[in-house]
Design a protein around this ligand. Structure first.
Ligand code: FE2
Length: 562
């Protein structure tokens, strides 16, 4: 059975992070975000047509082969929608009337025009459950808003999802954090920037919102105007309520200061608030269920410092996330839930299949016309030669655009579409920040093999988190000196544990062997300011032409030299 899972609608302006997932006979074979094709970051108001078609084509399928479509948001409350009797928590509904919204260009070509709608947080939960190898687990969904809710606590056993507790949108961790980033002049979708800024100051100890793990109740600091302000479950209204409160009570009493560091103390307070909320919610879930494994999902699960504290709290033997905890990842949940509902034999991810990361379509070779245009700059080469050339450039302080095989799913570059540099040279971070149009104070992540963790004196990698850059790792003094450009001002790095034997792992090994340094590189996503990560090789060539500070583009078949 061929199943598509989707998030993103062209008939809803607030729709964002459109993505598609392809499941064949109960097994996830591909996932892709729409922004990679449309070129519009977060694909606001877009459906995932192009992503779905790219996945189908990559697997030798056409829209006519698709048996079923699942959507990762509850159905509109209309009378003509058929409600299914289902053991799943949350309404499951089927309608042919919304196919034009979720797949406007492909809908008419599908075998069935029916769309199956699932609860959004259930899709977040199913995404992390089916991308991890545990049959039994607790799932904590920490989101902006999933309709009228923001946080959901699940227990899952053998694909049987039970919703244990759910919290209202007005107590959203995600909306609080996003509003705080906006207040600090970082714009919307800037949570990662605020986390970086928080490391520049110590928190005052102020908690903007609290959660009691014994009673399951949210609260606010004494005298807070927030309980009175939170009169709506609408996400925009909740964000406005926080912004109004910041204007009244947070120094500087305006979101208009031009100095970003004026907001560092505020960012540190918001970060502390978030970490303690995440910790208390994980403790609450453990009280309610007590499974061995905790799986994280929702956009808030990208907060690497919060994740580390949850993992270290010790309530769970293991804490894991995935490559795509954000809304795009819910396409995976919708696809797997649709397949399961239709009787397909879906299972948690098999560890034998490697990590579910590089889920994009295979990119194909550089077009012949493009190679001809590049002339002497494009050099045909072999995989082993590719690595040694890349290491040579990196060791001389150069920046390498590394383009390798199917793209990563999700917001992180994990070794398929990366800009790489030597972390021992502080100036390489400045170069990368210039290429990316990022402020000089922004940190960069480090990718390394297990040997790199030891060599730089990092705390042990945390399986299930460190592979996806979901955990902040303290770095020993020797590592802070040796990899200064990849360690943040607070002495941590958002390290990626790169599996040995992979193409990226072999590059790191060769970098370490050649330079005598730890096998670790600065790794940021292969894009420029405001653009999504590149998907195809011709886009990578265009980026190189646009950015003179990129010294070498590496593709599996061709090197493109400056
Ligand atoms: Fe979500």
């Amino acid at each position: 059975m061929i199943v598509l899972g989707l998030i993103g609608r062209s008939d809803r302006t607030w729709s964002h992070d459109a993505a598609a997932c392809l499941v064949v006979d109960g097994v996830m074979v591909g996932a892709l975000e729409q922004e990679r094709i449309s070129g519009r970051r977060h694909a606001m108001g877009e459906s995932a047509d192009d992503a779905a078609l790219a996945l189908l084509t990559a697997h030798g399928l056409t829209p006519a082969d698709v048996d079923a479509v699942g959507y990762a948001w509850g159905a509109p409350a209309e009378e003509d929608i058929r409600r299914l009797g289902s053991p799943l928590p949350g309404d499951v509904a089927v309608s042919p009337d919304h196919i034009a919204g979720v797949l406007p260009s492909l809908g008419d070509r599908l075998r069935s025009r029916e769309v199956m709608f699932f609860d959004h947080h259930l899709c977040h939960a199913a995404q992390t459950y089916y991308m991890n190898p545990h049959a039994t687990a607790d799932v904590l969904v920490l989101d902006g808003s999933g309709g009228d809710c923001s946080t959901s606590l699940f227990h899952v056993r053998d694909g049987d999802f039970r919703l244990l507790e759910r919290h209202a949108a007005k107590h959203s961790l995600g909306i609080l954090y996003e509003a705080a980033a906006y207040y600090a002049n970082m714009g919307w979708n800037a949570a990662g920037k605020l986390m970086g800024l928080a490391s520049y100051a110590a928190p005052s100890g102020r908690r903007l919102m609290t959660f009691d793990s014994a009673t399951g109740a949210f609260g606010f600091e004494p005298g807070s105007p927030m309980p009175a302000r939170l009169t709506s479950e609408d996400g925009d209204e909740i964000a406005k309520a926080w912004l109004g409160m910041f204007e009244e009570q947070v120094f500087p009493y305006s979101g208009r200061s031009g100095n970003v560091f004026d907001y560092a103390g505020f960012a540190a307070d918001v970060q502390l608030t978030l970490e303690e909320l995440g910790l208390s919610l994980a403790e609450r879930l453990h009280r309610l269920s007590g499974a061995d494994q905790l799986l994280l999902s929702g956009g808030v699960a990208l907060n690497a410092h919060m994740n580390r504290r949850i993992a270290e709290a010790g309530w769970y033997r293991g804490v894991a996330g995935t490559v795509a905890p954000h809304d795009g990842g819910t396409a995976v949940g919708a696809a797997m839930l649709t397949a399961a509902t239709l009787g397909e034999p879906v299972r948690p991810w098999s560890t034998e299949a490697g990590l579910p990361v590089m889920l994009g379509p295979a990119p194909g070779p550089l077009p012949a016309g493009l190679v001809a245009d590049l002339g002497a700059a494009a050099v045909r080469t072999e995989p082993d030669k590719v690595r040694s050339e890349a290491v040579d450039v990196l060791a001389r302080g150069g920046v390498v655009a590394w383009f390798d095989g199917p793209a990563e799913f999700g917001p992180r570059a994990l070794g398929a579409r990366s800009l790489l540099a030597d972390p021992s040279r502080r100036e390489t971070l400045d170069r990368i920040n210039r290429i990316k149009g990022r402020a000089p104070w922004r940190p960069a992540a480090l990718s390394m093999t297990a040997e790199g963790f030891t060599g730089l004196g990092l705390a042990e990698p945390l399986p299930g988190l460190s592979e996806y850059m979901l955990c902040a790792h303290p770095v020993a003094e020797r590592g802070r000196r040796a990899a200064a450009a990849g360690v943040h001002v607070d002495g941590t790095t958002r390290a990626q544990l790169v599996p040995s034997g992979t193409s990226f792992g072999l590059l790191l090994d060769e970098f370490g062997a050649t330079t005598g340094a730890a096998p670790a590189l600065i790794n940021t996503s292969l894009n420029t300011r405001g653009e999504p990560m590149v998907l195809y090789a011709d886009q990578a060539v265009a980026l190189m032409k646009e950015c003179p500070e990129v010294d070498l583009l590496v593709t599996p078949e061709y090197l493109v030299r400056r």
